[in-house]
Design a protein around this ligand. Sequence first.
Ligand code: FAD
Length: 395
Amino acid sequence: MTNSIYDIVIIGGGASGLMLAAQCDLNGKKGLILEGGSSPGSKLLMSGGGRCNITHGGPVKDFVYAYGNEGQTLRRCLYRHNNLELARWLIGHGIELADENGDPVDASYGPDGIDSAGRVFPASGKARDVLETFLEEASWNGWQIETGAKVSGLRKDDSWKITLINGYELYSRNVVAASGGITYPETGSDGSMLEILEDLGIDINEPRPALAPVCVENYPYAELSGVSIPDVTATAYSSDAACTCKGKAARMKGDLLFTHEGLSGPVILNISKYVEPGELIRLCYNKELHELPRRMQRILRERSRGLLGDVRTNVLAAFLQQDDFIVSGVDERGMVTAGGVSLDEIDMKTMRIKKHEGLYVIGEAIDADGITGGYNLQLCWSTAAAAADDLNDVI
Ligand SMILES: Cc1cc2nc3c(=O)[nH]c(=O)nc-3n(C[C@H](O)[C@H](O)[C@H](O)COP(=O)(O)OP(=O)(O)OC[C@H]3O[C@@H](n4cnc5c(N)ncnc54)[C@H](O)[C@@H]3O)c2cc1C
């Protein structure tokens, strides 16, 4: 770090900050990444269980729906910097890609998206390969990284004054908040930057865990821990509607996983941001009783015990369509954060904060999050690429 003014400082050396640095050639200008943790990319290394589900195949028009209500606002950014752009960049930098079955992913198809359905991974199955590629390219572009450099304050004078937790102060013409959300705080994403941004008068929608397992009252399936049921429909009902089941908040379909403590698997992770304690999740197994695992059949029979004849049969049939649970808690360890910097504050073409010149925000720090399947790292890429385009022009 030096005392002279930087042209760009990126706060956060996670996926989005590194993706930005990898796409922004400083051309002799001064750029610095401030990473609060002891090493960059901690969460990226965890992604996809260490395999890094970097994006999702298919046409980009299908992507918009993966981000719920925010999808339409993100549309432009996702279209301009889509999965095909990310795949081509990675392949161009020596990272071959594969689908879930290990078959190669072809990025020559276009312009609508990757010609492959489902999750996309580096063919090596190693998140570290992706991290190292971003780091190498960032270094090639002239970026320096300072680790153990946690930002505690940000103020606009003639340029941006950045204060570190150890009291050190530095200045930059442009600042990019790439500081993630609030979940997995041990990776450094502890929400501290969101508070700093809020102090600058920026509207922050309350951050909360998403893509999280859910605990329910009177959970009957603890002994099925580890059992997965494919193609289950989960419907979330808001608290107002929990008694009447008239107002549904969201509906998702996918695999359900029973854990020791509660419900998980993609269908639950994807619906978790729509429920709070006291609200209702209705599971529809989309199967006949005999198609479910034997142990589950037994539990369902036990739950309908005490009822006689037709009533019992009807209750069993009803469980298959409507197995209702009151939510007792959403796990704090969501894989992403819902909430963050309000999209109203951001120019989605450039990722500039509209009310503060020279301030940008990208990645999980913005109030947008995707379902499981590579959509969150794609969002990091799309927002980072948008900011890189603008910064490449500005500096
Ligand atoms: C277990 C797990 C598995 C996942 N798997 C996938 C997957 O396979 N595919 C997918 O698409 N998504 C996945 N995700 C989500 C994805 O990893 C995140 O959406 C993505 O890493 C967010 O990137 P980011 O750069 O915005 O934030 P982060 O990766 O959280 O990076 C933010 C960085 O900013 C730093 N920072 C924060 N505050 C400060 C501060 N005040 N000063 C300095 N530095 C600061 C942090 O230390 C951190 O390094 C997974 C997440 C988890 C937890």
